[in-house]
Design a protein around this ligand. Structure first.
Ligand code: ADP
Ligand code: MG
Length: 359
């Protein structure tokens, strides 16, 4: 990279379409050189926010800065932003090189320089020597690489990607996730990436902003987001979880009939839920060790899933919880069958309480 990466500052951005709040008072800081992902369900406002950053959508209110410069009034082609879309948006009648050269032609780059930069961009995405191919001769993965080469060929300081891998099959997507990550490490540009796939977000991001109904529900690094979600929406959207209502009896915190040992901070709230991740709950064979919260339950279902099993069990209060375990460490045949009583254990360190609020 010849140019320095730039931080992005979004302040109080609102965008409505009729009665829909596509963006509802969004503020966000993307650090210089960071890979930040907007993660949320369909219709949550991810694309709208990306379009505001790119300059294709003008918000009703709010401010946007790249570095120290206010950008809201700057047209897209003067924002120095590279973009990759889900559907590639390549020109099918042009060659690979023609497509990649396009942003340089728009910027009136000298001809001699164009050829060299196009080839360099193609090498970066591992398509060196593909310049003369036609777009319709390429596979989906190769087309997405061409779109990527086109977005980085003019060395933008900011790269925006909107579900760029969602049209690819799973194996290719997994590989491209790692490749995009490497490419980001190499080029170092500030990157805002959009996906609705939580695993993709966890795999790729320095930080993730979880978006719902045009609002940011939580912004954190992948591990904090998974282990200490701040609200039920985030806990539910990222990973699997069951929630148990919690009540207080004096200084005790009780859930599912068990007096909980808690090591993590309990958020300020009137009501709480205990978050149970299936892979953090385990079957106990003897009495619960020190620091493990135990729940007595009746097994309702047991499912073989190849690398792991999934066991469903009902607590005394009627709540059903799921337990996932590796099949290598426990023989499937030895697991308790439906109808059997099981002791389920949850380490105090995995005992995460969440404020039970709507939103
Ligand atoms: P996402 O990318 O997270 O799926 P979008 O940003 O595309 O969500 O959309 C957010 C909300 O705004 C949706 O309810 C969508 O229908 C609405 N919306 C987005 N763009 C337009 C538009 N041009 N006209 C009307 N409604 C729109
Ligand atoms: Mg979208």
């Amino acid at each position: 990279m010849t140019q320095e990466a730039l931080p992005i500052t979004v302040r109080n951005v609102t965008k409505t379409y009729g009665r829909v709040h596509a963006l509802d008072d969004v503020s966000l800081d993307v650090k210089s050189g960071e890979f930040l992902t907007l993660l949320g369900p369909s219709g949550s406002g991810k694309t709208t926010l990306l379009m505001v950053l790119a300059g294709f959508t003008r918000p009703d209110q709010g401010s946007l800065k790249f570095g120290d410069r206010e950008m809201i009034r700057t047209p897209p082609h003067l924002r120095d932003v590279g973009m990759v879309f889900q559907n590639y948006a390549l020109f099918p009648h042009m060659t690979v090189a023609g497509n990649v050269a396009y942003p340089l032609k728009l910027r009136r780059t000298p001809k001699a320089e164009i050829a060299e930069r196009v080839e360099r961009a193609l090498e970066t995405v591992q398509l060196g020597g593909y310049g003369e191919r036609r777009i319709d001769q390429l596979s989906g993965g190769q087309r997405q690489r061409v779109a990527l080469a086109r977005s980085i060929v003019f060395e933008p300081r900011i790269l925006l990607m909107d579900e760029p891998l969602s049209a690819l099959d799973k194996k290719l997507r997994d590989r491209m996730q790692i490749e995009l990550r490497h490419l980001h490490e190499k080029l170092g540009m500030t990157t805002v990436y959009v996906t609705h796939d939580q695993r993709e977000a966890l795999t790729m991001s320095d930080r993730i902003a979880v978006v719902n109904h045009g609002r940011i529900m939580q912004l954190a690094d992948p591990q904090s987001l998974y282990e200490q979600p701040e609200n039920k929406f985030v806990a539910d959207f990222i990973g699997d979880s069951t929630f148990l209502p919690v009540h207080r009896e004096g200084s005790s915190i009780v859930a599912g009939g068990t007096d909980l040992t808690v090591t993590r901070p309990v958020p300020e709230a009137e009501k709480h839920l205990l978050m149970l991740r299936p892979e953090r709950v385990r079957l106990l064979t003897g009495p619960a060790p020190e620091g493990v919260n135990a729940f007595e339950a009746t097994v309702t279902d047991l499912v073989y899933q190849g690398e792991s099993y999934l066991l469903y069990a009902r607590l005394r209060d009627g709540t059903e919880i799921a337990v996932r375990g590796a099949i290598r460490s426990e023989t499937f045949a030895e697991l308790p069958k439906p109808g059997a009583t099981a002791q389920l254990g949850l380490d105090a360190a995995d005992t995460v309480l969440i404020a039970d609020t709507e939103g």
